[in-house]
Design a protein around this ligand. Structure first.
Ligand code: DHB
Ligand code: FE
Length: 288
């Protein structure tokens, strides 16, 4: 990389906000359910206010900060770090397949199709340790699923994502790919190990973290979406054994099942096998 510029929260945040706004989301939440959720949220917030005797100064700082997060385009950053893991955990409890984790703000659909075996799009001089990520996609009975889709996206060895690099010049689809499993359900991907990732912290999200004496780091991670016709889509992340921040992720998204331990293969290249088990699509949506 020639540039030494660093993506700003405003740059990567507004790219994430613009991408998100490109889709219009709806949910079929009933009035009764909405009433129950909003009432509970306010009741629990009021309990916090009384318990900590929140002051008017604190209230005004909060109001100012909320406005700044919105103006800075940082809601996707803040929400996906501090709230998404609760939503993900709550949703995944009722399923039997492979554990998921948060999507984060940097997914982009329609990454290049690379077949069952391939190399992730990368620059000629892409930094980082080469690494083979392979495995099988199966149904709950253990049968390999042909034609399952495995989408992989991750940061580079400097911790930056293509399309959210605030004009640093990372190629559009760098380290983003879509793989399709072979007749046995297998996939085989060559990529480079990502670096730990620092959430952009030069804006209001950074002020928030500083206000409670926290740090902005996430451990190095791979992002994946795995699915097949008639199967529930799994969105997940995988981490690296012994990696920095695995025990202390700002986004609280690490689970023990999601930690990889690559070992050198016969060619001396780090390699790891990770299999995915997909639930059938079902109507089970909310924890009863
Ligand atoms: C954020 C970035 C990530 O790469 C991720 O996985 C989760 C959250 C963020 O900047 O908000
Ligand atoms: Fe990420």
């Amino acid at each position: 990389m020639t540039s030494t510029a660093v993506p700003t929260a405003a740059g990567s945040g507004s790219a994430a906000t613009d991408k998100f706004k490109g889709s219009r989301f709806t949910s079929d939440t009933s009035t009764e359910r909405a009433a129950a959720i909003y009432k509970d949220v306010l009741t629990k917030l009021s309990e916090v206010i009384f318990e900590h005797e929140v002051t008017y100064d604190e209230y005004r700082v909060l109001k100012q900060w909320l406005i700044e997060v919105g103006e800075g385009g940082e809601w996707p950053l803040w929400l996906d770090v501090f709230l998404e893991h609760f939503i993900e955990d709550s949703n995944s409890r009722i399923f039997n397949g492979t554990k998921g984790s948060i999507e984060g703000p940097y997914y982009v659909p329609n990454a290049p199709e690379l077949g069952a075996k391939g190399v992730m799009p990368m620059r000629e001089d892409e930094k980082g340790t080469q690494f083979v990520f392979k495995g099988q996609v199966r149904d709950l009975d253990g049968t390999g699923i042909e034609g399952a889709s495995v989408e992989l996206w991750h940061a580079d060895a400097d911790g930056y994502y293509s399309q959210f690099d605030d004009g640093m010049g990372i190629p559009e689809w760098n380290l983003r790919g879509t793989f399709t499993t072979d007749a046995e359900g297998n996939f085989h991907i060559t990529t480079v190990q990502p670096a730990p990732y620092q959430i952009p912290h030069d804006g209001p999200t950074g002020e928030f973290i500083a206000s409670y004496g926290g740090h902005p780091w996430r451990p190095a991670h791979l992002h994946l979406k795995v699915t097949a016709p008639g199967k529930r889509l799994i969105t997940t992340q995988l981490y690296f054994q012994g990696g920095k921040w695995v025990e202390d992720d700002v986004a609280g998204a690490v689970k023990p099942e999601l930690i990889l331990d690559p070992k050198p293969n016969a060619d001396g290249i780090d390699e790891v096998t990770y299999d995915f088990v997909l639930d059938p699509v079902s109507e089970k949506r909310f924890v009863a």
